[in-house]
Design a protein around this ligand. Structure first.
Ligand SMILES: C[S@@+](CC[C@H](N)C(=O)[O-])C[C@H]1O[C@@H](n2cnc3c(N)ncnc32)[C@H](O)[C@@H]1O
Length: 231
């Protein structure tokens, strides 16, 4: 429904700063900016998409909500053409982690300490984390949501100019951050990872192969679960 959000997009909306000049890259239906405008969190929004159909859909939805005067629509690839507009908070949501990383890399103005990026990768989360950390971005927060049988990750990041490294554990399971607001969802995500790791372990054992790597993976996931549960 227009004007309300599912849990995935709600977890992204909560990262947008009050009073932000906001852009939604790959807006599609436009639900995120519509929600932010209606809730009063932002006053103006840029809605962009590389495809005409989705951009037209977002325009129809914005019009039907009476918000057209507060929105600008751009048929563009990525975020490069949005430089110089004073945009403070960008959302790039509902795309693969590799595409999100490519969009950031193609828009040098996003490497600005005053700019916040709200990212919601549907796949290749580890690739996106690796790109961010090795390109001078800091991961400020991560949040998991659960909707219609799936876990979704939202990442809040900004440029710091300091490149770092994440371990393979951190790339896959995320840096160790507080999960106060999303403890149940993060636990569900970890348990899903554990089930997959256990299946891989059993497969190796049943096939008579060495399962050292799978055992180590299980140990790492269990350590995260134990930490989350405060044991
Ligand atoms: C699955 S939809 C996600 C819509 C919305 N952001 C969400 O999370 O619900 C992905 C949208 O990104 C757009 N898109 C894909 N590649 C893009 C690019 N390089 N630049 C801008 N938009 C892009 C697609 O046309 C599509 O509308």
């Amino acid at each position: 429904m227009i004007g309300s959000l599912d849990k995935r997009l709600l977890s992204c909306a909560e990262y947008v700063r009050a009073g932000a000049v906001f852009a939604d890259i790959g807006t599609d239906h436009g639900y995120l900016p519509i929600f932010l405008l209606k809730s009063g969190r932002i006053v103006r929004a840029y809605l962009s998409d590389v495809n005409e159909g989705p951009l037209a859909a977002s325009k129809r939805n914005v019009e039907s909500e009476g918000l057209i005067d507060r929105c600008e629509f751009l048929l563009i690839d990525g975020a490069r053409a949005l430089a110089g507009k004073g945009i403070t908070d960008y959302a790039i949501c509902g795309m693969g982690g590799e595409l999100i990383a490519r969009i950031i890399e193609d828009a040098p103005h996003l490497k600005d300490e005053a700019v916040r990026l709200i990212l919601q990768p549907m796949t290749k989360q580890e690739h996106l984390r690796e790109y961010l950390i090795s390109s001078g971005f800091s991961i400020l927060d991560e949040r998991y949501s659960y909707d219609s049988g799936k876990y979704y990750l939202a990442v809040l990041t900004e440029y710091s100019g300091v490149s770092g490294l994440l371990t393979s554990e951190e790339l896959e399971l995320g840096p160790e951050l507080p999960h106060d607001g999303d403890r149940a969802e993060y636990l569900g995500f970890l348990l899903g990872k554990r089930r997959a790791a256990e299946k891989a372990y059993r497969g190796k054992i049943d096939g008579g192969h060495s399962a050292d790597a799978e055992m180590e993976r299980l140990r790492i996931i269990d350590k995260r679960i134990a930490k989350l549960q405060g044991e």
